[in-house]
Design a protein around this ligand. Structure first.
Ligand SMILES: *Cc1c(COP(=O)(O)O)cnc(C)c1O
Length: 453
């Protein structure tokens, strides 16, 4: 029988996170304080994050040890399986070898607990009582709620309004673990009240919810803030995914020619691809890396690589990233986890260096691909993950046209079992393409802060 699942032992779960900063051909641009125009130091970030997280954020060490209590919890579902999609290969009649790393086996159903557990651990270790955060589709809020209950922390979640309304089960999930969940924009923060005064029916956005969560933490001594994507330490925590995949490819006696992930803030994509990109930088092992984003929020393909705020109310420091402008509110879509105006600075830099190819697909194209995948492989992907599936199918079809047998790896970063309304709309023909307004993006980009080079 042909192998379809490459399973590792507990001892194969990495004991270190991999930091790609150590292997970059150029150092990352500094994070800038919007008031002084100077690089921020660890002390500037101390009101928001635990110090051990801040040190990881600025680290250039190649390997950072995973604390044992964190690894012990991760072992509940790690190592996650790597599958060979044999039935899909047949259905597509492609010579390509298709592999997927499945992160939907975590208790919250996505890759997000990989960093939520670590972040909650460091908060607890430094005596924090409560963590505030934002969530788009609800996956990050769910993951942090879970982590909070393991470590005895209170979790305060600001959930983007459109998803709050689309996915009531997510709130119940978070509450099951003792977290508090509020629709954003809310009237509990100045940032939320300002947005509501301007647009009372605002559907919200990740940028707005981040402002609320940051403000909530910054105004309370016993509360820190946690981000589920974008920042260096979050990408770092996700590299456990790609390191496991490398070991699984050893068992398969193969190596990926192409690595694909969907990009919202960039964390699941980086978690899978950075160990491979690092091997390319260090040892010249060639790999083609593709980042897939929604055509309705095309940060990498249509955004500008410039300094911008991470949030709508402009409370955060300035980071250099691909951005559509912090004031841009992406149109509603079923891939709430990908509705962010910016992109991880490390993903942006590596894209700018030419080592990541960005690509954008429409919502319906992605659901078509997700259904095709599900009917062969039996797993219904999260709407966000459908973007990676669409990218994979395009590459597999290209292999067929060109008659080349490449090895393709993609991240199936979550399952879609909390997203059945999206699939209901899709089958009812009620899923519509959401165009972003070029005018609004132009306006948001015109408002980018100016930073001396
Ligand atoms: C949160 C989430 C995303 C988007 O975030 P990234 O940081 O880009 O990974 C994508 N897919 C799933 C399943 C998510 O939960």
């Amino acid at each position: 029988m042909e192998t379809i699942k490459y399973q590792l032992n507990e001892t194969d779960v990495p004991k270190y996170w991999y930091n790609i900063v150590s292997d970059l051909p150029t150092p990352p641009p500094p994070v800038i304080h919007p008031g002084t125009g100077q690089p921020v130091g660890p002390d500037d970030l101390a009101p928001l994050f635990p110090m051990q997280i801040i040190m990881q954020e600025v680290s250039a060490e190649r390997y950072i040890p995973i604390p044992e209590p964190v690894r012990d919890i991760l072992l509940q579902w790690r190592p996650s399986p790597l599958y060979r999609a044999r039935r899909l290969e047949k259905a597509l009649d492609t010579p390509a070898r298709i592999y997927y790393k499945y992160e939907g086996v975590s208790p919250a159903g996505s890759h997000k607990p990989n960093t939520a557990i670590a972040q909650a651990f460091y908060s607890k270790d430094e005596g924090v009582k409560r963590i505030s955060t934002e969530t788009g589709a609800g996956q990050w809020g769910s993951a942090l709620a879970l982590a909070g209950s393991f470590f005895g922390l209170e979790i305060e979640v600001f959930m983007v309004r459109v998803s709050f309304d689309q996915k009531p089960y997510r709130k119940a999930f978070m509450e099951s673990f003792g977290a508090n969940c509020t629709a954003s924009p809310s009237d509990t923060t100045n940032s939320g009240r300002a947005i509501l005064a301007d647009s009372p029916n605002s559907s919200g956005s990740l940028g707005i919810a981040i402002s609320e969560a940051v403000e909530y933490a910054a105004t309370r001594d016993d509360t820190k803030y946690a981000l589920g994507s974008v920042l260096n330490h979050v990408l770092l925590h996700q590299t456990i995914v790609g390191q496991e995949a490398m070991k699984q490819f050893d068992i398969a006696d193969d190596y990926p020619d192409i690595v694909i992930g969907c990009t919202g803030g960039g964390s699941n994509f980086s978690g899978l691809s950075f160990p491979f990109i690092g091997a390319q930088y260090r040892e010249g092992k060639k790999v083609e890396v593709i980042a897939v984003e929604p055509a309705s929020c095309p940060t990498l393909t249509k955004g500008k690589y410039a300094y911008d705020f991470g949030d709508t109310a402009n409370l955060t420091p300035l980071v250099k990233m691909h951005t559509l402008g912090s004031k841009f509110v992406p149109p509603k879509s079923h891939s709430g986890g990908l509705r962010y105006h910016g992109m991880a600075p490390l993903v942006s830099l590596i894209t700018d260096l030419g080592n990541i190819q960005p690509r954008a697909y429409t919502q319906i194209e992605c659901f078509d691909a997700g259904i095709q995948f599900a009917r062969s492989e039996g797993i219904l992907p999260a709407p966000e993950a459908n973007h990676a599936v669409a990218g994979m199918i395009e590459e597999a079809n290209r292999c067929k046209e060109e008659g080349v047998a490449k090895s393709i790896l993609f991240n199936l970063c979550g399952h879609g079992y909390f997203d059945m309304q999206a699939y209901t709309d899709y089958f009812a023909g009620e899923m519509h393409e959401q165009e972003y307004s070029e005018e609004e993006v132009a306006m948001a980009l015109a408002g980018l802060p100016s930073v001396a080079a």
